[in-house]
Design a protein around this ligand. Structure first.
Ligand code: ADP
Ligand code: ZN
Length: 513
C-alpha cells in the first residue's frame, strides 16, 4: 500500500491541503489507475504527478513538449527537494542522468515525446522500476486539439510496453471531442477522466471590436493598475506596442522568440518581479511563468482558438484577486484565419472551421461571455455571470438587414473589387475623381445611405458581413461575395448587430435585460 500523501504535501510542497480535483487525481494515480486530468491553467497540474513521484517507489517519467518548459519544471521540482532530471538533446549531463536513473535515484525524469520511439530509451526504462508515466499537455496527441504534435502518437506503443505502469495524462485545454480522443489514443478508460471546473470567477471578460487598438489598450492600461500582459499578433507588433504604451508612463517590455535570449530572459524576469509592468508579447510568452498577480491580459487581435484564449487569459488573476481579460478583434482577423485555413491539409480543415466558428460565437454574442467559454469546455454555466461586459452592460441589438443588403448591392454593382472605404463613399454619395472615372455615380446604389442611423451602422455592418463570411477581402483589400451573401440577399436572412455600449456613442442608453 502506498504511503499517505498528506504529510508529504505539507513537508515537501508546503501546501496546507489539496486544491480542487488534485486529491481525486492523486488518489487514482496512487491506486495505479490510468487517468486523464483536465484542469485549467493554474489549477496545479504538476502536483498531480510530482506528489506521487515522491510517494511511490520508482521513477515517474514525464513527457513534455517543450524543452524550455521542462527546464522550468526541473528547477521548480529541484527547489522543493524532488530528485529530478531532464533527458533531452541539449542536456550535457545525459550520462549522469542515465546512471542516476539506473541506480533508482530519480523521482522525476522529464523527456520529449520523440524519445518514446527510441529503442535504446525503451531498453533503459526496463533497467529500473517505473512509478508512473505522466503525459503533460496531452491534447498534443489529438488531431482535434489545437496543438497536434505527431510525436505524441509515438507514446502509445511505449506505454503499452509497460502495461503495469499507470498513466496520467494532463491537459488544460481540451474540448469534448479532444478529450474523448485523448482517452482513446492513450488507452485511458472513460471513467478515468477527471475534469476540474473551468470557471475563473475573478476574471472579468470583455470583448470589443478594434478601433485603433493601441489607443484602446492605452485606455485599458490607464484604468487598470498592476502588472499586465498584452498579446500581440507579430514580433514587430510587440515592440511597437511596448514603445507606444511606454508613453503612458508605465514600465513596458517586449517579449518574442526573435529577441536575443539574454534580453528575453531579462524582460521576463523584470516582469515577474514588477508590480506595474506591462509586457507586450507574442503567444510564446506565458508557459511556465509563475506570476500570480497579473492584473490584466489584453489581446490586440484574435487568439488562435477558444482554448488558446482561455489559456492566455488564464494567466490573469491566479492569486484570486479581481483581474481583467480584454480582447480586441477585427473582421480582418477572421479573414486572415480563413485564409490560413485554406492552407492547412484538407483533413484538418473541418476542425479549424469549427474552432473559428466558436470564436465567432464568442465575440458576436450579446449574451454572457463566461457562459460561452464554460459551455465550450463542457461545464454547466448560468445565463448570467455578472462579471463580463455583456452581463454588466447588456448591449442592445439593432436590425441591420436593410443596410447589409445595401452594402452587398454596392459591392456587387461596383464589380466586387473595391475596398471598404470606397464602398462607403459610394453608398454615402461622396463624389471623388475615382468615382467619376469609374462611372459609379450613375449607379442605383449611389448615395443610397443617407440617414444618420444607417450611416452609423455602415462600418459595423461591413465587419459583421466579413465575420459571417458574406463578404471576403481579397489580397488587395477588395471586397467580394462569400458563401454567406446569398442568404441575406435572396432568403431574407436577418442581420442583427450588437451595439456595444461605447463611450463615444453618446445618448444611447442600455436596453433592458
Ligand atoms: P498548472 O500546471 O495547472 O497551470 P501549476 O502546477 O503550475 O499549475 O500550479 C499553479 C500554482 O499553484 C503554482 O504556484 C503552485 O505552486 C500552486 N499550487 C499547486 N497546488 C497547490 C495546492 N494544493 N495548494 C496551494 N497552491 C498550490
Ligand atoms: Zn457574463
Amino acid at each position: 500500500m502506498p504511503r499517505d500523501p498528506l504529510p508529504l504535501l505539507h513537508s515537501t510542497f508546503g501546501f496546507p491541503g489539496f486544491r480542487g480535483v488534485q486529491e481525486s487525481v492523486v488518489t487514482r494515480v496512487l491506486a495505479g489507475d490510468n487517468t486523464l486530468a483536465v484542469m485549467p491553467t493554474g489549477a496545479g497540474k504538476s502536483l498531480c504527478y510530482q506528489l506521487p513521484s515522491v510517494v511511490l517507489e520508482g521513477t515517474c517519467v514525464v513527457v513534455s513538449p517543450l524543452i524550455a518548459l521542462m527546464h522550468d519544471q526541473l528547477r521548480a521540482a529541484t527547489a522543493v527537494g524532488i530528485r529530478a532530471a531532464t533527458l533531452t538533446s541539449v542536456d550535457t549531463d545525459q550520462m549522469e542522468t542515465i546512471a542516476r536513473f539506473r541506480r533508482g535515484e530519480l523521482d522525476l525524469l522529464y523527456v520529449a515525446p520523440e524519445r518514446a520511439s527510441n529503442m535504446a530509451f525503451r531498453e533503459l526504462l526496463t533497467q529500473a522500476p517505473l512509478a508512473l508515466f505522466a503525459i503533460d499537455e496531452a491534447h498534443c496527441v489529438s488531431e482535434w486539439g489545437h496543438d497536434f504534435r505527431p510525436d505524441y502518437r509515438l507514446l502509445r506503443p511505449l506505454l503499452d510496453h509497460f502495461p503495469h505502469v499507470p498513466r496520467l495524462a494532463l491537459t488544460a485545454t481540451a474540448d469534448k471531442v479532444t478529450r474523448d480522443d485523448i482517452l482513446d489514443q492513450l488507452g485511458i478508460p472513460r471513467e478515468g477522466m477527471i475534469v476540474a471546473g473551468f470557471d475563473r470567477p475573478n476574471i472579468r471578460y470583455t470583448i470589443s471590436p478594434k478601433d485603433n487598438t493601441t489607443r484602446q489598450i492605452a485606455d485599458l492600461i490607464a484604468e487598470t493598475p498592476g502588472a499586465g500582459i498584452v498579446y500581440c499578433q507579430s514580433r514587430a507588433g510587440t515592440e511597437k506596442m511596448a514603445e507606444a504604451l511606454a508613453r503612458s508612463g508605465r514600465p513596458t517590455r517586449a517579449y518574442h522568440a526573435g529577441l536575443d535570449p539574454q534580453v528575453r530572459a531579462r524582460n521576463q524576469a523584470d516582469f515577474v518581479a514588477s508590480e506595474d509592468m506591462v509586457i507586450c508579447a507574442t503567444v510564446a510568452f506565458g508557459m511556465g511563468i509563475d506570476k500570480p498577480d497579473v492584473r490584466f491580459v489584453a489581446h490586440a487581435g484574435m487568439p488562435k482558438s477558444i482554448e488558446s484564449y482561455y489559456q492566455e487569459t488564464g494567466r490573469a488573476g491566479r492569486d484570486g484577486d479581481p483581474a481583467v481579460a480584454h480582447l480586441f478583434w477585427g473582421a480582418e482577423d477572421f479573414a486572415k484565419a480563413r485564409q490560413r485555413m485554406s492552407e492547412v491539409e484538407p483533413a484538418r480543415q473541418a476542425g479549424e472551421r469549427v474552432r473559428l466558428q466558436a470564436l465567432g460565437a464568442l465575440v458576436e454574442t450579446p449574451g454572457c461571455r463566461r457562459k460561452i467559454l464554460l459551455r465550450h469546455f463542457g461545464d454547466d454555466a448560468p445565463d448570467y455571470c455578472g462579471n463580463c461586459d455583456n452581463c454588466l452592460n447588456p448591449p442592445g441589438a439593432v436590425d441591420a438587414t436593410e443596410v447589409a443588403k445595401k452594402v452587398l448591392s454596392a459591392v456587387f454593382r461596383t464589380g466586387q473589387s473595391f475596398g471598404m472605404g470606397y464602398i462607403e463613399q459610394v453608398l454615402t454619395g461622396v463624389s471623388t475623381e475615382r468615382s467619376l472615372m469609374n462611372g459609379h455615380e450613375a449607379l442605383g446604389v449611389w448615395g443610397l445611405v443617407s440617414s444618420a442611423d444607417e450611416l452609423a451602422l455602415l462600418k459595423p455592418v461591413i465587419r459583421a458581413l466579413l465575420l459571417r463570411d458574406a463578404l471576403r477581402a481579397n489580397d488587395f483589400g477588395g471586397l467580394e461575395f462569400g458563401p454567406g451573401a446569398r442568404g441575406i440577399l435572396k432568403e431574407n436572412e436577418e442581420v442583427s448587430l450588437i451595439l456595444q455600449p461605447k463611450r463615444e456613442r453618446r445618448g444611447r442608453g442600455r436596453s433592458g435585460s
